[in-house]
Ligand binder design. Structure first.
Ligand code: UD1
Ligand code: UDP
Length: 387
C-alpha cells in the first residue's frame, strides 16, 4: 500500500502550533516504518503573514516549510475566505490528497474544509466540536460549518463530543485530547532552557499579570476594548501585553494613552510565550489557546469574554469569564488573589488528555485509510470512539 497523502491547511498563529505537533507525530510514524506512512504537504493560506505571527513558529517549532503559501493576506471575511477557496481548489485538484486536514476555527479552517468537501476529498478536523453558542463570533460559524463538512472529527473533550451529537454528528468522531497539550509538554523544558524573556523584560516570576487581547468582539467594539484597558490600568502590578497586530491597529495612536503598569510588547515567539505564561501570577485573555495553557501551568485565568468554549475550566474553578466590564474583571482578579493566585488544589488534572493526542490522530488517519477511507459525512448512527 502506498503512503497516504494529506494536505494540511494552516494560516493563523494557533494553527501553526497545533499542526507542529501532528507533523511531528507523522514524521515519527514514518521513521518507525512498518506501514504505509503519511505523505504530508503543508499549505499556508497566508492569513497571518508578519514574521512574528508566522515565520517564527515555523522556525522555532521546526515545522516543515509550506509547499505553497497562497499569500491571501488580510481582508473582509468574504474576500479573505473567497480568495483562499479559489486558490485551495487548484492546490487540491493538483495535489489529489486522500485527506485534507484542518485545525480550529479560523477562516483558513472554513476555506480548507469547504474547498475539499466540494471536491469530495474527505476532511479531517482537529479541535472539532467546540461551541460558544454565539453565532456573532466568526469562529463559531467557521467551526460549525467545518464540523458538518468533516468526515473525521477529532474532539479534545467529552463536551465537544456531546456538542456534535446534539447536532446529529456521531460518525467519524474521535475523542483524542488536545494537541496543544502535546505541544506544551514537548516544548516546556526547551522554553525554560532557551527563553530569556523574563530577564529581558526585568520580570521576577509571579510578579506580573500576562494578558492577550485579539478577539474581533473585543477589538472591534470600542466600549469593550476600553473596558478591558480600564481594568488593566488599575492593577498595581505590571500587566505584560504581547499585542496582536489587530489590536495594535485598532488602538492606533491610543496605544500611547493606555497608561497604568501596562507593558505593551510585540507578539512573542512560542517559547517566550510559554515562559511568560508559566511564570505569570495570573493570566487575562480572550484567546482560546491561552486559556488552556494557563490551566496546564497552574495559573488562574480570567477570560475577557462573555462565554468560553472551554467550559471545563470554569467548572473546575480554574477560569472565570468576566466579559469586559472593568468591575467584573477586577472582581475576578481580586478573588483569585485572595485564593493565593493558585488554582484549586482539588482540580481535575487531565481535562484535555494525556499529551498523546497527535499520535492518536495519526493512528486514526492510518486506520481509517486502511479500512478503505472515511465514510461520507452523514447524520446516521454510530457512536464516537476514543482514538
Ligand atoms: C484570526 C482568527 C481567530 C484566531 C486568530 C489567532 C478568523 C476569523 N479569526 O483572527 O479565530 O483566534 O486569528 O491569532 O479567522 N494582521 C497583521 N498581520 C498579520 C495578521 C493580521 O497586521 O500577520 C492584522 C490585519 O490588520 C488584519 C487583522 O490583523 O486585518 C486581523 O487578522 P485576521 O487574520 O483577519 O484575523 P485575526 O484577528 O488574526
Ligand atoms: N502565542 C504566542 N505568542 C503570543 C501570543 C500567543 O506564541 O504573543 C501563542 C499561545 O501560547 C497559544 C497560541 O499562540 O499557543 C494562541 O493563539 P491566539 O491567541 O492567537 O489564537 P486563539 O487560540 O485564540 O485562536
Amino acid at each position: 500500500m502506498s503512503a497516504i497523502k494529506i494536505i494540511t491547511v494552516v494560516g493563523a498563529r494557533p494553527q501553526f502550533i497545533k499542526a507542529a505537533s501532528v507533523s511531528r507525530a507523522i514524521a515519527a510514524n514514518n521513521q518507525a516504518g512498518g506501514g504505509p506512512g503519511i505523505d504530508e504537504l503543508i499549505v499556508h493560506t497566508g492569513q497571518h503573514y508578519d514574521d512574528s505571527m508566522s515565520r517564527v513558529f515555523f522556525d522555532e517549532l521546526h515545522i516543515p516549510d509550506p509547499a505553497v503559501n497562497l499569500g491571501v493576506g488580510s481582508g473582509s471575511h468574504g474576500r479573505q475566505t473567497g480568495a483562499m477557496l479559489e486558490r485551495l481548489e487548484t492546490v487540491f485538484e493538483e495535489g489529489k490528497p486522500d485527506y485534507v486536514l484542518v485545525y480550529g476555527d479560523t477562516n483558513s479552517t472554513l476555506a480548507g474544509a469547504l474547498a475539499a468537501a466540494k471536491l469530495h476529498i474527505p476532511v479531517a478536523h482537529v479541535e472539532s466540536g467546540l461551541r460558544s453558542f454565539n453565532r456573532r463570533m466568526p469562529e463559531e460559524i467557521n467551526r460549525v460549518v467545518a464540523d458538518h463538512l468533516a468526515s473525521i472529527l477529532f474532539c479534545p473533550t467529552e463536551t465537544a463530543v456531546r456538542n456534535l451529537a446534539k447536532e446529529g454528528i456521531t460518525r467519524g468522531v474521535h475523542q483524542v485530547g488536545d494537541v496543544m497539550y502535546d505541544s506544551v509538554l514537548f516544548n516546556m523544558a526547551l522554553a525554560e532552557r532557551s527563553s530569556d524573556v523574563l530577564d529581558r523584560l526585568g520580570l521576577p516570576p509571579k510578579s506580573y499579570y500576562l494578558a492577550t487581547v485579539h478577539r474581533a468582539e473585543n477589538t472591534d467594539d470600542p466600549q469593550r476594548l476600553q473596558g478591558i484597558l480600564t481594568a488593566f490600568r488599575q492593577f498595581d502590578r505590571p500587566v505584560v501585553l504581547p499585542l496582536h497586530p489587530r489590536t495594535r491597529k485598532t488602538l492606533g495612536e491610543g496605544l500611547r494613552e493606555v497608561g497604568g503598569h501596562v507593558r505593551i510588547i510585540d507578539p512573542v515567539p512560542y517559547l517566550d510565550m510559554l515562559r511568560l505564561e508559566k511564570s505569570a501570577r495570573l493570566i487575562l485573555t480572550d484567546s482560546g489557546g491561552v486559556q488552556k495553557e494557563a490551566y496546564w501551568f497552574g495559573v488562574p485565568c480570567v477570560t475577557l469574554r462573555d462565554e468560553t468554549e472551554w467550559v471545563e475550566l470554569v467548572e473546575a474553578g480554574c477560569n472565570r469569564t468576566t466579559g469586559t466590564d472593568p468591575e467584573a474583571i477586577l472582581g475576578a482578579v481580586g478573588d483569585f488573589e485572595r485564593a493565593g493566585a493558585a488554582l484549586p488544589p482539588d482540580r481535575p488534572t487531565h481535562l484535555y488528555g494525556d499529551g498523546h493526542s497527535s499520535e492518536r490522530i495519526v493512528a486514526v488517519l492510518l486506520r481509517t485509510a486502511d479500512h478503505g477511507g472515511p465514510m461520507a459525512r452523514d447524520t446516521g448512527g454510530g457512536s464516537p470512539r476514543r482514538g
